[in-house]
Design a protein around this ligand. Structure first.
Ligand code: ATP
Length: 342
């Protein structure tokens, strides 16, 4: 994608998006509702044209000022949110639908092979209504990969499934896509899904790409406070920089690169707070405790802060409500951003 933009009247849905996806890798487009993810995917698929810029596949322009290649000629497989199967066609014919350039027996053989790859080889002659949601999703995947596309595009492919099924479908889909060696672009608004699936994540906001990189890079070195909030639950403490440090009620933290007097927000990951005995670290009082399974969420009042801070600790380490505790901050869990970024 080379400087792709898309305008709807006054609304600039995509603003100069440039992204490169390495062959055979999985890119996740991540961002809040309305940031332009689906529009970008539709432009890559060819069901929408860009207002500016170009899309290239294998170095060849498929959309742009010079050329517009129709969707069926792009070698792209689609698996969209509304993966509707044709109810009046058998499952095999649903999968064979995109294989019209082949002879009928060839198309059926390829469709059968794709169904077998998703574990539904025995259902070819049944109709879609007999399948569960997860099985229908698998048929949609088989339909997307049957023509052996070089690129597979998925838009929120698992959003209609319950949490457990989503998890297993995600793993299965990943394995099948990797095995097919296709380059894959997946749209999601769920950061955890993006981290699990993407070799690379492109974080989008307001029609632009904010940051691109592998998950650990985006998590550890987010470019701005929006990126930081996307990947981590934060406590945000306002502060002013003096002598290269920002002082807060939880301690003073390195704020290199900021001039003295700069207003900043010190972000402390909720998982980066350590609980100590009272008298050690900063004094705090546990206002509330919430059980979240493996971890517990604590609401802690600390003198000098307007509101309570939140800490995620091992469930076994949870103090009782009302307890006085010491709190210290793991420096590696601190990020400092300019206050005006907010
Ligand atoms: N056909 C259209 N006509 C007018 N505006 C549109 C059209 N399609 C998208 N938009 C606008 O473009 C912007 C981006 O929409 P898009 O669907 O790409 O966002 P998204 O990130 O995929 O959101 P979601 O996660 O909610 O699907 C939105 O402001 C949307 O209202």
């Amino acid at each position: 994608m080379d400087g792709v933009s898309r305008r709807y009247d006054q609304n600039l849905a995509l603003d100069d998006v440039s992204l490169e996806v390495e062959p055979g890798t999985i890119l996740c487009l991540l961002g809040p509702s309305g940031c332009g993810k689906t529009t970008l995917l539709r432009i890559i698929a060819g069901v929408e044209a860009p207002s500016g810029g170009a899309v290239l596949i294998d170095g060849e322009e498929v959309a742009g000022p010079n050329r517009f290649v129709p969707p069926e000629k792009r070698g792209v497989g689609l698996m969209f949110q509304d993966f509707a199967l044709f109810p009046h066609l058998t499952i095999l014919d649903n999968v064979a639908f995109g294989l019209r350039s082949l002879t009928k027996p060839q198309a059926r053989a390829e469709a059968q092979a794709a169904l077998e790859r998703v574990g539904l080889g025995q259902y070819g002659h049944d109709y879609p209504h007999i399948l569960s949601g997860g099985q229908q999703q698998r048929v949609a995947l088989a339909r997307a990969i049957a023509p052996r596309p070089g690129v597979v595009l998925m838009d929120e492919p698992f959003s209609g499934l319950d949490a457990q099924l989503r998890e297993s479908m995600r793993e299965e889909t990943l394995a099948i896509v990797r095995e097919s060696r296709a380059t894959c672009i997946v749209v999601t608004h769920d950061p955890e899904e993006a981290m699990r699936m993407g070799d690379v994540i492109a974080l989008m906001r307001g029609g632009r790409v904010v940051q691109t990189g592998p998950a650990p890079e985006l998590y550890r070195t987010p470019k701005d406070i929006f990126a930081a909030r996307t990947f981590s639950d934060l406590n945000e403490l306002p502060a002013r920089v003096e002598g290269g440090r920002a002082a807060t009620a939880l301690g003073s933290f390195a704020a290199s690169g900021f001039a003295d007097g700069t207003e900043v927000i010190v972000c402390v990951r909720q998982g980066g707070l350590r609980l100590l005995n009272p008298g050690e670290g900063t004094l705090g009082r546990v206002l509330d405790t919430r059980f979240l399974g493996d971890v517990g969420l604590l609401e802690i009042a600390v003198d000098g802060l307007d509101g309570p801070i939140l800490a995620r600790v091992r469930e076994a380490d949870m103090p009782a409500r009302g307890a006085e505790i010491g709190v210290s901050v793991d420096e590696s869990a601190v990020l400092v951003f300019p206050a005006h970024d907010d």
